[in-house]
Design a protein around this ligand. Structure first.
Ligand code: ZN
Length: 381
């Protein structure tokens, strides 16, 4: 089998769709009218994804508010917020350009998803015959919905965690039942957990091990055969062409990442300063037997935050160098992050979200072509 390649999931929403989301938030159009724009954007994403030659695609997450909030609300402004949630939760992240993203707050139990990722996957399934992947959010992100200190009356932290794992398991199982070939779990909060940003209290609470333990409770619900196709994505954030935790050294984080019993990992790497050092750390920490599954590291070979399109040769060179440290049968390629994890994203370094979409498909094609070149050079076919 040649070196596998897989996207993280999101694509910039077209300017027209972002305008429709605003009109919906302002009460100027109905949800049905918004849905028509989502349908058009998802169909365009899938058709253009097919044209890149990518072996597995997604709908570009065109219908969701964000990678983290799709189970909680319909839009980032909070339309359709789920039961027992208020809009004023803690910061999820403060990005290097100064903007921030905020989570809702759980006000009381029980915690339930208002919708599952399968709802978007089922619509995508009707639009393509190619294998589909679906990204879902990690329990470790949603645990931040619960107050950092103290307990909610009548709904203990442990009860919340237990409900959260049930919901996250359901989220993944529904995707597989509806035909997803792969499901990856977004874990951008992992690296941020080591940042210790005084403006954002949870990042100073040494929560990485808590995150790992909670996510492993989720992975324990699945057999090794199932976990082969359940991944985890790590990155330093990627929103409005900015990041939140690139200064955190991967050396402090990657050993914990591979302690999670996922089958594969989608790892931001193209934008790292010293990639070879990180390949080496991956090679030292990736497991051949993570409770019955051989882990595979999909290294980032594309930077979605810059408009310069990587060449296939650059992609191939990265993979060939990585293969010096990571066993060939545990190596794959991916993009550093989704191209727009949040629905409202003007992609400032690109000039507009529509330009960024065009660039994204060119970048994906480079990843696909460069990964094929590396497979041939490395004699993997
Ligand atoms: Zn990411």
């Amino acid at each position: 089998m040649p070196i596998p390649t897989e996207p993280v999931g999101s694509l910039p929403r077209p300017a027209k769709l972002q305008a429709a989301i605003k009109d919906y938030d302002d009460g100027k159009i109905t949800f049905e009218q918004l849905s028509r724009e989502q349908d058009a954007a998802a169909e365009d994403s899938i058709k253009r994804g097919e044209a890149t030659g990518e072996p597995i695609i997604s709908d570009g997450e065109q219908r969701i508010s964000s990678f983290a909030t799709y189970p909680l609300a319909d839009t980032l402004a909070g339309a359709g917020l789920g039961e027992n949630l208020a809009g004023d939760g803690q910061f999820f992240a403060i990005f290097d350009d100064g903007h921030h993203r905020q989570l809702p707050r759980l006000t009381k139990g029980p915690f339930r998803y208002k919708q599952y990722a399968v709802e978007f996957l089922e619509k995508a399934r009707k639009m393509t015959s190619l294998p589909l992947k679906q990204a879902v959010i990690a329990p470790s992100m949603l645990m931040l919905l619960y107050p950092l200190d103290g307990e909610l009356p009548g709904y203990s932290r442990e009860q919340f965690h237990s409900d959260l794992i049930d919901e996250a398991e359901k989220d993944i199982r529904k995707c597989f039942a509806a035909g997803a070939q792969r499901v990856s779990v977004d874990f951008t909060e992992g690296r941020l957990a080591l940042k210790n940003d005084p403006r954002n209290p949870w990042t100073g609470r040494n929560m990485l091990q808590t995150f790992v333990d909670l996510n492993n409770r989720l992975f324990a619900r699945f057999t090794p055969a199932e976990r082969v196709n359940i991944g985890m994505h790590t990155c330093p954030g990627g929103d409005c062409d900015s990041v939140h935790s690139a200064e955190v050294d991967y050396a402090d984080m990657l050993p914990s990442l591979f302690n999670m019993n996922a089958g594969y990992f989608l790892i931001q790497l193209a934008s790292e300063k010293d990639k070879e050092r990180i390949y080496k750390i991956i090679g030292e920490n990736i497991r051949r037997d993570a409770k019955g599954v051989k882990q595979v590291a999909f290294i980032g070979v594309i930077n979605p935050l810059t408009p310069r399109v990587e060449t296939p040769q650059e992609v191939a060179d990265d993979l060939i160098l990585a293969a010096k440290y990571i066993p060939k049968d545990q190596l794959g390629s991916t993009d550093d992050c989704g191209f727009s994890p949040f629905s409202i994203d003007v992609k400032p370094k690109h000039g507009s979200p529509d330009v960024a979409r065009d660039v994204a498909f060119e970048k994906i094609k480079s990843r696909v072509d460069g990964t094929k070149m590396a497979s041939q050079t490395l004699g993997i076919s």
